[in-house]
Design a protein around this ligand. Structure first.
Ligand SMILES: NC(=O)c1ccc[n+]([C@@H]2O[C@H](COP(=O)([O-])OP(=O)(O)OC[C@H]3O[C@@H](n4cnc5c(N)ncnc54)[C@H](OP(=O)(O)O)[C@@H]3O)[C@@H](O)[C@H]2O)c1
Length: 246
């Protein structure tokens, strides 16, 4: 029976991915900053561990408690919409700490186990915004584009040890808590001079069109973890798939 460890399982893509792997018979180590037993179905194959990917002690404890795992999904992440002029450097640091450094730190912590067992899969969840630049997302996009570059180089480094490395690039998913969770970092992030641009961005989001659902991301992670012929980069969601094939 295979085991997957997923970061950021309290909501959204991480939660749906944990559900899907449980449904399909895997053992799931669902990690959360604030562990909650009630968000996932009870199962002997489910363990919920506390993990904040920005805290080295928390990473060390979670990796030790988890024991051997077959696949790691670096899903935990935070958003930020704002003009660079309006964004504080504290917010920039927060974004990179969670999205970029958190992914690197978790990966580094899991590698000795994967390398020793000569087996393992790493799936890094980045974003479709790295496929086509959008305004007011410069910092967030940079944090995810760095993970794309990191993953592509790392894939070559880990290939000799039979460790597979993948990127899942979701499109915009208005149904998750992502936008709401980003709000605390967005106060004053759109100075008046940028208001018309922000209005045009918000208006575009109101238009009907393809979006991404959490189930699209869970299925993409499933493919990355189980299909040996899966490409390194996988777009998830109709909007991201359209961008990737444009
Ligand atoms: N929604 C979108 O439109 C979209 C599009 C493309 C890519 N993505 C990416 O997809 C991933 C999941 O997003 P989502 O839409 O599912 O958003 P979400 O519902 O806000 O889920 C994000 C998860 O990450 C966790 N998290 C945040 N900071 C963390 C930290 N320092 N340590 C551990 N966990 C942390 C959150 O935990 P708490 O509950 O404790 O905050 C939450 O469980 C993110 O990496 C995001 O950048 C999202």
């Amino acid at each position: 029976m295979k085991t997957i460890l997923i970061t950021g399982c309290s909501s959204g893509f991480g939660l749906e991915t944990a559900r899907l792997f449980l449904d399909r018979g895997w053992t799931v180590v669902a990690t959360m900053r604030t562990p909650r037993e009630d968000v996932l179905p009870r199962s002997e194959r489910l363990r919920i561990l506390r993990l904040d990917v920005t805290d080295p002690d928390s990473i060390g404890r979670a990796v030790e408690e988890a024991g051997p795992v077959d696949a790691l999904v670096n899903n935990a992440g935070i958003g930020l919409l704002g003009a660079l002029e309006g964004v504080t450097m504290d917010s920039v640091s927060e974004i990179f700490a969670a999205n970029t450094l958190g992914t690197m730190a978790m990966t580094q912590a899991m590698l000795p186990g994967f390398r020793t067992r000569r087996s393992g899969t790493i799936v890094n969840v980045t974003s479709g915004v790295t496929l086509k630049p959008l305004p007011l997302l410069s910092v967030y996009t940079a944090s995810k584009a760095a993970v794309n570059a990191f993953t592509e180089s790392l894939a070559l480094e880990l290939e000799p040890f039979n460790i597979r490395t993948h990127l899942v690039l979701p499109g915009r998913a208005p149904d998750t808590a992502f936008g709401q969770n980003a709000r605390s970092r967005m106060e004053n992030a759109i100075p008046g001079a940028y208001a018309p641009l922000a209005q045009s961005v918000f208006a575009a989001w109101q238009q009907p069109g393809p979006v991404t659902h959490a189930s699209d991301v869970a299925e993409a992670v499933w493919r990355a973890a189980t299909d040996l012929s899966c490409p390194l980069r996988l777009a998830a969601g109709a909007d991201a798939v359209a961008l990737a094939s444009a």
